[in-house]
Design a protein around this ligand. Sequence first.
Ligand code: MLT
Length: 271
Amino acid sequence: MMTLINGHQVAYTDEGKGPPLVFVHGFPLNRSCWSKQVECFKSRNRVIALDLPGFGASEAERGPATMNHFAEGIFTLCQYLQTGPIVLVGHSMGGYIALAFAQAYPVFLRGLVLVGTRAGRDEPEVASARRMRARAVQQAGIGSVVTDMAPKMLSAINTDLDMARQVRDTMASSSSEGVVSALLGMADRPDRRAQLASIQVPTLVVAGADDTLIPMRESVDMAETIPEARLVVIPKAGHLVAYEQPGPFNEALASWLDSSPRGRQIFPLVR
Ligand code: MLT
C-alpha cells in the first residue's frame, strides 16, 4: 500500500487485526526484512511495516534525513492509519528512529522494542566517515555501501547463501538519494543515552550474539538503564537478527508482548 507523507509516496504493509505493532527497518534495508514477523504476528496484532523514504518502494526526500524527521513520518503514517498508541519495533537505524519517536511522542507509545541498536551518537571519526561515504555514493552510487555492509549483516557462521544473496539484493535496491540522506542523518543524530532512564514504557532489547556491527555491550547498557526493560540475546544471529533467526526472535517478542517484566500486560489480551 502507498500513501503521501510530507508530499512523498510512502510504501507500507498493514495486515491483521488487534493491538498495533509497527516495524522500522535498518540501513540500507527495507520492510521486506520484517516479512517473517508480519506473517507470524498478523494473527494476533495489526502489523504495520513501512519503507523509510528512499528505501524499498518509498520515494526519496532531499537533504539529510534526521532521525526526528523519520520519526515524524512514522507518527504521521500512524495517524493516517488511525492506529492509536503502538508498540514500536526498530532495528539498528530503525532503533535510532524509535528512540527519537519515544522522546517526541511518548503518549503514542505502549512499548518499545530495540533490536541490534544503540543509544549513543557517532564518534567524530565515525560521523566523518559517514559523510565521506555519502559523498562517494553521490558520485558513484551505492555499490561500495553494499559491498562493505552486506557481509556484516549475518552471523559469520551462517552458510545460507540464498539468505546472503537476498540481503545483498535488498540493500542494492535502495536509492542513492535515500542512502545519502540516511547517512547524513545518522552522522548528525544526538546522543540519547540520557533519555533512557526516563523511558516509561515496557521495553524489549534484542541483540544478536554474533553482531559485529553493533556490539552486544550496547544492548546490555540500554537494558540496564531503561527502567522496565528485558534483554534477550539470540544465539547464532548477527546484526540482522530478526531476519536471520525469525523463530527465536518471534518467540522472544511474543512472550514479551504477553507479559512485560513487571507482569503488566502490554496490551489487554485481544485474541
Ligand atoms: C543499520 O543496520 O541500520 C546500520 O548498521 C546502522 C549504522 O550504520 O549505524
